[in-house]
Design a protein around this ligand. Sequence first.
Ligand SMILES: [Zn+2]
Ligand SMILES: [Zn+2]
Length: 372
Amino acid sequence: MIARFVQWERAQAVLAEGVTKASIWLEGGLQIDLRVLPEDVFGNLLQHFTGSREHNIQLRELAIRKGLRVSENGILNLESGENLTCRTEDEVYAALGLPYIVPEMRLGIGELEAAASGTLPEPVSLQDLRGDFHMHSTWSDGVGSLEEMIAAAAARGYAYHSISDHSWGRTGAGLDPARLRAQRAEVRALGEKHGIRTLCSAEVDIRADGTLDYDESVLEELDIVVASVHDAMNISREAMTARLLRVCENPFVTIVGHPTGRHVDSFPGYEFDYDVVFAAAARTGTALEIDGQPVRLDLPSGLARRARSFDVTFSLDSDAHAIDHLANVEYAVGQARRAWVTRDEVLNTRPLEGVLAFVAEKRARFAGKGTG
Ligand SMILES: [Zn+2]
Ligand SMILES: [Zn+2]
């Protein structure tokens, strides 16, 4: 098996080759390691090579305190010399007196202590999602037609979803209020045709001063409002904090889209006072998005975890611009799981009535106060 692996035609270079292990480099710089061990230790091996280095160091330290040594070859009892082999990862954790810890939570950020004390939460899973609030069609800058996007959302088994094309400020690609109303008429009918509740939404630009790109009269006709920063990112930290605060205090904003604006490869995100905005989001009943586009993953897991400490509600969305991108919601779920976000903390795990109640509650809370 090792010989075949290293001779694979896609291997650019062989980094190591031994009796039980080998490493190759693929074109594009991806490294693949192969380990060949007896089936009895598959759980040990899988655990050893999954999760972060920090998690595994902490796990080995915990084991040592119990007189055990953990490796890919088993769990060695240092006193008796007995080696426990595990076919599954569950057995590895059980042997150390712990419940199973999912790979996304193996970050070395306190999960072992929480697991040991029985307080590690069960993270949200893809199956918990009943819908997706953020996707685009050819009406703005998407490449899937309205009907294709609706049919694809229905095919994923969702109970509801919303079409959130860009507001008109988005250079050249967005919808003016008249076009948005025209779209709304189509959206409802197409949703019914495909057996899914299609909510009317828009991804509305947040202007530099924190006001939105549509008037209140337009916003109040929408079921869900996703508000996002797409430009004027070079303002001061204070101004950005004030901008996002004002968005949270807007009664019509349901979700703040990709809240930090980061691009994984090229931009760390604009600066603002996270704690002030997270507290405001929680206080006002504004959900913060975890955007699943691979270039965004925004909120990133570290900040999602921090937001979680403020009791923020999250929305896990694909931000799909094509039908295939709907599956990107899985990456949003991944970030949420790394942040220990549970099902109850996610807006789009709720039944439709729960979602509509979330929207209505915020509007009612601010009724008569004006949007400022
Ligand atoms: Zn956006
Ligand atoms: Zn978008």
